[in-house]
Design a protein around this ligand. Structure first.
Ligand SMILES: [Zn+2]
Ligand SMILES: [Zn+2]
Length: 402
């Protein structure tokens, strides 16, 4: 791929830009295939959608089937990064009212439907929604998180397809956005560049960050990340190209149709259960990793950082609550040292797929490295080594013990 001329880029990707230095442009070719162009030289001057883009002020853009992803583009330039003042409360960033209304409506409907819900009358429908919730969770934890964000194991094509479809059932952002946000979260945790910086409070880390524009540092650092591995995966390409229809089909349409046609469920309750109750639970379980597991719990592996060990989050988020460990060893496919399968269902499934040969190259740190880390940086709460940290050999001695 050579350097693209301005007209080629406009035709191919309909690039809309905002202020901020450009390091790369992501565009789609005639077949809708995403490509990465690192050859932006800052000399491009073009008029797209009536926005006059000045030289050197291009931004990275994501193209979905020839259309530009809005989230990237609505982010304001740094100079206007200040939110409105509402009822005396000064918001730090401009608000995204469409998201605020949608997320609020979803949660009000969740309360309304939840209060009316009868498990006794809907046993099969409830079991189905638990199954769909499990699939959606697996797509997020084993797919978007442990496979695509952290490359903590490798997966053959059939498993990658399963993970992608399960991820669609969770109804979250595109895989590309998810991975970029998560990588920048790990690299710059609890700073302005962390998309859900928990120093901005529980609500912001949980869901508020989706309701307002991203901090300019998040965008700047996000653009600097190497995402070439993600862009070169044809499964991710397919998901990016058909993001909307896939999300509608696997998060809303299929989950509703199955209980109506197979379990004699009513349309009302099938929609309420799948599109509202299951969806809201699933979103909140994922969000709890960014909020609760960055605030409350022990820090046996590194007391200097905020991520912590949370059994409650591990239960609802299928093993993602061992978050102090995970931030210290993000490349461990188990995302945990402790806890059995019941507190890490994601690992159970990855291990099962590994037995089939579909998951392989599962990465883990040596026990020795973990032990030395606990001794050096832990807060003393590790059940095995925590209380005797002074007796644990220091790094050089520990290696000799083996
Ligand atoms: Zn985290
Ligand atoms: Zn992670």
């Amino acid at each position: 791929m050579g350097h693209l001329s301005t007209s080629e880029r406009v035709d191919a990707a309909k690039v809309i830009c905002n202020n901020g230095q450009v390091t790369q442009v992501i565009f789609s070719d005639k077949n809708g295939k995403l490509k990465l162009d690192n050859s932006v030289d800052g000399k491009i001057d073009m008029d797209v959608n009536n926005n006059d883009v000045k030289a050197g002020s291009l931004t990275a853009c994501i193209s979905e089937n020839g259309k530009v992803g809005k989230t990237e583009l609505n982010d304001p330039p740094v100079s206007t990064f200040i939110g409105p003042k509402i009822l005396g409360v000064q918001f730090l960033a401009p608000l995204k009212w469409d998201k605020i209304i949608m997320i609020s409506l979803l949660h009000f409907t969740f309360l309304y439907g939840g209060l009316q819900y009868s498990f006794r009358k809907r046993i099969l429908g409830t079991l189905w929604s638990l199954f769909m919730g499990g699939c959606a969770g697996f797509g997020v934890t084993a797919g978007a998180h442990r496979l695509w964000s952290h490359r903590s194991y490798k997966a053959k094509l059939p498993l990658r397809v399963i993970l992608m479809l399960c991820f669609c059932a969770a109804g979250q952002n595109t895989l590309y956005e998810w991975v970029r946000d998560h990588r920048v979260h790990h690299k710059f945790s609890e700073t302005d560049a962390d998309p859900h910086n928990s120093k901005r409070g529980f609500f912001f880390a949980h869901v508020g960050w989706l309701m307002m524009h991203k901090h300019p540092e998040v965008l700047r650092r996000g653009r600097q990340l190497d995402m070439s591995d993600i862009l070169s995966d044809p499964v991710v390409q397919f998901h990016q190209k058909y993001f909307i229809p896939l999300k509608l089909l696997f998060c809303f349409v299929l989950p509703v149709i199955v209980p109506v046609y197979f379990f004699n469920d009513s349309w009302y309750w099938a929609m309420m259960t799948e599109m509202v109750l299951r969806y809201t639970f699933s979103l909140n379980f994922t969000w709890s990793v960014n909020s609760a597991a960055h605030m409350w719990g022990t820090r046996p592996y590194d007391k200097r950082i905020k991520p912590s060990e949370s059994i409650a989050v591990s239960i609802v988020a299928m093993g993602e609550g061992w978050h102090n460990y995970h931030h210290v060893f993000p490349w461990d496919y188990k995302a945990a040292e402790l806890g059995n399968y019941s507190l890490n269902i994601t690992t159970l499934w990855i291990d099962l797929f590994a037995k089939m040969g579909w998951a392989y190259d599962l990465k883990q740190p040596s026990k020795d490295l973990v032990r030395r880390t606990i001794a050096k940086y832990g807060d003393g709460t590790h059940p095995e080594f925590g209380h005797h940290s002074s007796e644990v050999p220091m790094p050089d001695q520990a290696t000799e013990d083996r």
